[in-house]
Structures are given as C-alpha cells and as structure tokens.
Design a protein around this ligand. Structure first.
Ligand code: MG
Length: 381
C-alpha cells in the first residue's frame, strides 16, 4: 500500500482537515490546525506531503520521526500541528486497513466511556447560571469557563472578586457532585494567579488552567505550592521535551492538544510521561470532529485519563459545529456527560466528504481578537 494523494480543506468555523489516500483506495482523515494560523499549517502539510507521497502509510512511527526531525529545524506550533494532523490521518488509515479502532492498536481499551466537559461563558463570561444549568440538565458532569475576559495581569481586588463570584455561581448550580474547571488563558502574572488560586480553593475547582503563560513554566512550581488547587496546562506545549519541565513543576493535569502536540503518537507518549509523575491527561480540544475523535481514541486507551474537552456549542463555533462534517453524529452523542466507546475502525467517525469539499470552497479567515488594556497596551486574549 502506498500513499498517492494528500489534500487539505479549510472549513468553517476555523478548522483545517487533511485527507490521505492510498493506491488501494483506503482513506484517512486528520485535523492539522493552529487556530488563527490555518493557512500556515496548510502550507506546512503541503511541504511534508512531498516526502509522504509514495510511502507506505503503515510506517507511522518512522514517518513521525522523519516529519518531525528530518527538516533539521524542529518544533513550534505550525510544524507540530502539521505533523499532528498527518499522524491522525495515518492512524485512521491504519485502523481502517486492519479493521480495528485506533484504541485497539494502542494496546486496547482501558475504559468503556470517556468523561467530557462543556464550555460556558465564552471569551468574556458574564451571567453563567443558566448556561451551567443547561449543561447539567443535558447530563454533563463538568463545565469549563474562562476566569474572565480582558483583565489586568496584576488584577485588582474587584477583578479577583468578580472571577470568584462567577466560579461560585457555577459551583452553586453544579452542587458538590459535578465539577467546574477555570481557564486563565495565561492572562495573569504569577503574583495575580497566586492571589486568585487562594481565593478559588474553597470552591474546589477541578483544575485551574494556564494560570500563567506557557513561556513562564519556570514559575509553575510556586503556583503549585500556593495551595491545594490542581494546576493544568499544556495546550501551547508541543512535545515530550516541552512537557517534562511542566510535569517536574508539579502540575496535576497535562493538556496536550491532539492537533498541536504531534498527534496521536506524541500525545500517547506525553500521557505515559505524565503517568510517571502521577499527573492526569485532559486533552485540549476546542476543535473539530476529527481532532475530537483522535482525542477520544487516546482517552479510551490511556490509564491516567481525566477528562476530555469538546467543542459542541462552544463560542467559537459560528457557521459550523462539531456535527457539520460527520455522516453519523452517534460517536458525539454524549450519554451522562460521557463519550461512549465503539469498535468502529480507525478514528471511529465517517467524515462527510461532500460537506467538507463544499465548505472548503468558502473556507475561512478566522483570527482571534487582539485585545488592549485601557492604556492602549497589548492585552493577552
Ligand atoms: Mg485553555
């Protein structure tokens, strides 16, 4: 079997899909994208495709090595995401070739269902109670929210109080048997985050995510030591080498993104590395159906899995949603807040190719907003 063609598709709301085809007609799908930089990742996939066409698609690990290391210069979100989407497509293809779900090829399932959480509040959370109640009503056992919208990196007493009030509202609606996770999006200084963590501790968040920017990983030990709140990070960390100091810092939850951190192959290795630190895996995935399907395959086969992000109804999904490009929504029909494992081959979904090709004709030019503080200076989004 040889790879004969690799195509990419820019589809709304902000995704990039890739399709790998072989000479025997087997097809695999992946989602190589950096949100807001889809065109750059598309170009990277096209360059990597030069090597892959003509190769045996089943040599996934060898291809991962060559695509990641063979260009001499390595790493970074664009290359790692291009490799990630190709890696997902190769695993999908291998699963279809062997007639097995990817989780079976990873050593077999260790669970029957994977807990997922839903998003509430959007970029700039305001009143949350109704949204939290709606998700709880729909069966979700956990929600995640941004701590705040634009905020001073060194927040005022009022800003801290507003964050705590929002999380308290969610906790009140959820009760003690469900969870709320809080995403700081790297919007705080370590000093600001420390203050917030102390105030949030009585509300028992599932975790607090990206309390500081990923390039300030050296500050994580102080935040871990600041109190009992579990710290999560990793959506902007792209490989094992990046996760090692994060785990050494004592974070409780590793959040690699299957579409950024080298795909199924590297995320599986990051999960194993996390296991040696007693840390749990909560893959980041505010993306499309292929990235989520790939994430779930890893979740079903990973002992130290905690919870899965998913984008159904997320604030980014305008014009299209998680179900817009799959033939059968069943794999994403969550039951009691869980995705249920199936034995469907590959990634376990059937991509609606006609819908993808039609959507690619429109494409998208999604960019994240650029925020500024009141004094006109740049603000973290
Ligand atoms: Mg996040």
């Amino acid at each position: 079997m040889k790879i004969t063609r690799i195509e990419t598709f820019m589809v709304p709301p902000r995704w990039l899909f890739c399709r790998i085809e072989t000479d025997d007609g087997t097809v695999g799908w992946g989602e190589p994208v950096v949100e807001g930089r889809a065109e750059a990742v598309r170009a990277a996939v096209e360059v990597l495709a030069e090597y892959l066409v003509g190769q045996d698609p089943l040599r996934i690990e060898d291809h991962w090595q060559v695509l990641t290391k063979g260009g001499f210069y390595r790493g970074g979100p664009v290359l790692s995401s291009a490799v990630a989407g190709i890696d997902q497509a190769l695993w999908d293809l291998a699963g279809r070739h062997y007639g097995a779900p990817v989780h079976a090829l990873l050593g077999g399932p260790v669970r029957e269902r994977a807990r997922v959480y839903g998003w509430v509040g959007g970029d700039d959370p305001g009143e949350l109670a109704e949204q939290v109640a709606a998700l709880a009503e729909a069966g979700f056992t956990a929600v995640k929210m941004n701590a705040s919208g634009r905020i001073s990196p060194h927040p005022t007493a009022a800003e801290i109080s507003a964050v705590v009030r929002r999380v308290a509202t969610a906790r009140e609606v959820l009760g003690q048997d469900r969870d709320v996770a809080v995403d700081c999006h790297g919007r705080f200084t370590a000093a600001g985050a420390r203050r917030l963590l102390v105030e949030l501790a009585p509300l028992h968040p599932l975790f607090v995510e990206e309390p500081v920017l990923p390039d300030q990983g050296h500050l994580l030990p102080g935040l871990v030591a600041a109190g009992p709140v579990p710290i999560a990070t990793g959506e902007r960390v792209y490989d094992r080498g990046g996760f090692l100091p994060v785990l050494q810092a004592g974070v409780a939850v590793a959040q690699p993104d299957l579409s950024h951190a080298g795909g199924i192959s590297e995320t599986r290795r990051i999960a194993t590395l996390a296991e040696t630190f007693g840390a749990q895996l909560a893959p980041h995935c505010p993306l499309g159906p292929i990235a989520l399907a790939a994430s779930l395959q890893v979740d079903f086969a990973t002992p130290n899995f905690l919870i899965q992000e998913q984008s159904l109804g997320i604030h980014y999904n305008k014009d299209a949603d998680l179900l817009s490009y799959v033939v059968d929504p069943e794999p994403f029909r969550f039951q009691d807040g869980h995705a249920v494992r199936s034995d469907l081959p590959g990634l376990g979904i059937t991509v609606d190719e006609a819908a993808v090709r039609a959507a690619d004709r429109t494409g998208h030019t999604w960019r994240n907003p650029v925020w500024r503080h009141n004094d006109g200076s740049f603000a973290e989004w």
